[in-house]
Structure formats: C-alpha cells, structure tokens
Design a protein around this ligand. Structure first.
Ligand code: FES
Length: 209
C-alpha cells in the first residue's frame, strides 16, 4: 500500500508545454510546503519554493517566466538548486563552492504522464504510475498525447465521460476535446487550481482506447 501522507502524494501541476520555455515556472503548495517546477536553461527541475538563505518564498506567483532568483537578497539558483549568483558575496556571504552546495534548494519530485506534469514534495515514494494505477496512467497519457492543443476551459456536457484521480478531474468528449481541472492541493488556495481544455492536433486524430 503506498504511503498517502500529503508529502508523498503526487499532484497534477501543469503540462509539459507550460514548462517548455527557458525560465518558465509553475508553483503550488502541498500542505505547508511551497513547491516550484522551473525550466533552468532547458532543464526542468522541481524544488521546495523556499530560499535556503532566510527561507523566503522564491516565486510568489502561480506561474510565470523568470529566473529562479530569490526576491530578497537576489540569490539565484541553478538546475541542481545550488546558489550560483549571490550579489555582494565577497563582502556579505563569503560562500565558496562547498558552502554554496550545502545551501542548495531542497529537491522535490517531478514526473510525467504523457504531456501532464505531476509534482510531489517528497523525493522518495511510489512512482506516479503506481499511485495512479496502470490503467488510469495509460489512459491519461494517451489522452494528453492525442489531445495536445490547449485552450480555455469550457463547461463539460452532462453526458461526457469522467476520469478522476489525484487532484485531477477530466471530462472527456471522445474524439473532440477534454476539459481538465486540477484542484489546488490541500493547504493551497484557489490560485493554484488550474482548468483548461485540450483538443486533438488534427481533425481526424483518434483517442486510443
Ligand atoms: S532570503 Fe533569499 S536571498 Fe536572502
């Protein structure tokens, strides 16, 4: 039985497209833990969204585009979470390489199901596929691959098929579109909920069974 405590649970965060551009980031909060997934020079990594200097939240917005840089004293972090840009380091911090490595951001976990990105506070635990179950995992992966185009959320019709798992609700009009809604994880406010509609790449695309 997988551990279902909050920190070891996976939560749907966004799509791969939301993190595709350099400096793109998406944040959430799981319980008391702020989390961020960030593209840093083409590599996407997940961390606790908390600066290791004086524990300020680094990115305050639910999503955006900007370097992983703390707003307080300007430390910026590389894709391993190590602070690499420290304004006034020679006079104020005097951190050499080893000291910087010790102040690396706490890593979080990121996993993909097709084009859907999920985040978890803990670095260890059940895989995303184990947690969702093989059948749901395969269906969501196929759905997100077959319906890669994004648009604003529309109201699902009553007779559409529903798939629900993790914090994700999917309303599916087979062959036409799917509406995805990610509820904000426990501890996060509604700013961290996300809804969007996905469409087939081409008019004749088919959703795998
Ligand atoms: S609190 Fe982040 S750089 Fe000081």
């Amino acid at each position: 039985m997988p551990d279902r405590t909050l920190e070891t649970r996976w939560f749907h965060l966004c799509t791969v497209d939301d993190l595709a551009n350099p400096n793109a980031f998406v944040t959430t909060r799981v319980g008391a833990v702020p989390l961020v997934a960030q593209n840093i020079k083409g590599r996407v990594a997940a961390f606790r969204n908390v600066c290791t200097h004086r524990f300020a939240v680094i990115h305050g917005e639910p999503s955006g585009c900007g370097p992983l840089r703390c707003p307080y004293h300007g430390w910026s972090f590389d894709a391993d979470g190590v602070p690499v840009g420290l304004p006034f380091n020679p006079t104020d911090f005097q951190l050499e390489a080893e000291g910087r490595r010790r102040l690396a951001l706490h890593p979080a976990s990121l996993a993909y199901c097709g084009r859907l990105a999920f985040i978890r506070a803990a670095t260890e635990g059940a895989s995303l596929e184990e947690e969702l179950g093989t059948e749901i995992f395969a269906r969501l992966a196929a759905l997100s691959d077959a319906f890669p185009q994004h648009g604003d959320a529309v109201e699902p019709a009553g007779d559409w098929e529903r798939i629900e798992d993790a914090n994700l609700r999917v309303a599916l009009a087979p062959g036409r579109m799917a509406v995805l809604h990610s509820a904000a994880p426990p501890g996060a406010d509604d700013r961290f909920s996300r809804s969007f509609t996905t469409h087939p790449a081409t008019a004749d695309a088919e959703l795998p069974a």
